[in-house]
Design a protein around this ligand. Structure first.
Ligand SMILES: *Cc1c(COP(=O)(O)O)cnc(C)c1O
Length: 383
């Protein structure tokens, strides 16, 4: 089928994303856990952020201030959390656009306080606790003294504690590490008058623990991104019952289609990205090239809807085994994406972002599109 509409493109079904978010919101709210919808994987695209909000997420979180600013510029006024420790060079922007930031460094906190004073604002602070995954966080033994310092800082409001597991070393959230967070929160609440404190237990990797009846204790918030977008928990990438796993699809266009020998010839040295597949046993295949590459996507994170096997990828070519049927030049091939592929595709200015709702297609919006590629058709055909 001939492609109508720009390629490559991400087809983003806002209805499915909203549905996923609303299921998770109601399941977590039933456990007294609020949801911060994490927007970093899609660079804070306001359409998707709005789909999160429509589903009832209580706040939005992003690790980059640019994305928070983009959502503010789009008129979103809901609470926003910067979920990565602010850069010293950005504290003014953080205070201006984010209501809350997560923190671990007294130097940054002091700078935030100064920025908040001069902006005549109050800035909320969540302190991150290290629970073993060895990414951000203050060691448990150092929490109390930091909280005491934070409570003295002008125009800074201590909101509570947070933790993040699984992202760096794959440490799973469980009753043991989560209860350490709850206990620390209980101790802090004794000499800090903040009530109720926000205790943000983690990210999508915490879902299996909650679903399996984990003791949530004082944990009353989770920050969810991937599970909403892709419908899977993130420890084993199992589908979360009832969620859509196909809310976002990648579509790329065929630019070459030829019957070719399966194995290369000539003396073999390094290829551009060192992807050297094993020797194929078949003589010949129908090989197609799609106009997309490593600059746009992580090819290891793509899964073809039609069983096409990915044979290789360079900066701007994706080579697939088209199977028995030759793909027509100009036709399109679609893929499911994992988080890594999604992250890169969302960030590529060459990939159009096309939104759909069950009530019809919406024109696309692409803040980074090269100027002369701006939305030529505004709609696409279903393939
Ligand atoms: C990215 C991130 C999240 C969201 O993680 P998901 O796996 O997408 O749910 C939550 N918290 C922090 C601190 C993050 O960096």
């Amino acid at each position: 089928m001939i492609v109508h509409g720009a390629a490559p493109r991400l087809e983003i079904d806002l209805t499915k994303i909203s549905y996923n978010a609303s299921v998770l919101v109601s399941q977590m709210n039933a456990c007294n856990i609020s949801i911060t919808g994490v927007t970093k994987a899609f660079m804070g695209l306001p359409q998707i952020a709005q789909a999160f909000l429509k589903a009832g997420v209580q706040s939005l979180g992003d690790s980059r201030i640019e994305n928070i600013e983009r959502m503010r510029d789009a008129g979103i006024t809901e609470p926003m959390v910067l979920i990565r420790s602010p850069m010293m060079s950005q504290v003014d922007r953080v205070v201006a656009s984010a209501d809350i930031s997560v923190n671990t460094e007294i130097l940054v906190l002091t700078a935030l306080s100064k920025a908040a004073v001069s902006a005549n604002k109050t800035h909320g602070v969540l302190l991150m606790v290290e629970l073993g995954d060895l990414r951000e966080g203050v060691l448990l033994k150092d929490i109390e003294s930091l909280v005491k310092k934070v409570c003295e800082l002008p125009n800074i409001k201590f909101m509570g504690l947070g933790a993040n597991l699984a992202c760096n070393r794959g440490v799973s959230p469980d009753d043991c590490n989560m209860s350490q967070l709850s206990i620390a929160a209980g101790q802090m609440s004794e000499f800090c008058k903040v009530r109720p404190m926000t205790i943000s237990g983690g990210n999508s990797a915490n879902l299996s623990w909650v679903f399996s009846g984990g003791k949530t204790g004082r944990i009353n918030n989770l920050r969810l991104g991937e599970s909403i977008l892709l419908g899977r928990e993130t420890l084993h990438r199992k589908v979360i019952a009832g969620l859509h796993t196909d809310a976002i699809k990648l579509v790329a266009e065929v630019i070459e289609s030829k019957r070719k020998p399966s194995n290369p010839w000539g003396e073999i040295a390094q290829s551009a990205f060192n992807n050297i597949p094993g020797k194929s046993s078949s003589e010949e295949i129908v090989q197609s090239i799609l106009a997309i590459g490593r600059q746009d996507v992580d090819p290891e994170g793509l899964h073809s809807d039609n069983g096409h096997q990915i044979l290789g990828a360079s900066s701007d070519h994706l080579i697939i085994d088209a199977g028995s049927k030759e793909l027509i030049i100009g036709s399109s091939v679609s893929f499911q994406l994992n988080y890594s592929a999604l992250l890169r595709a969302m960030t590529s200015p060459y990939i159009k972002k096309v939104f759909s709702r069950s009530d019809g297609m919406q024109a696309d919006h692409n803040p980074l599109a090269p100027p002369n590629q701006h939305n030529k058709s505004g709609h696409f055909v279903h393939l």
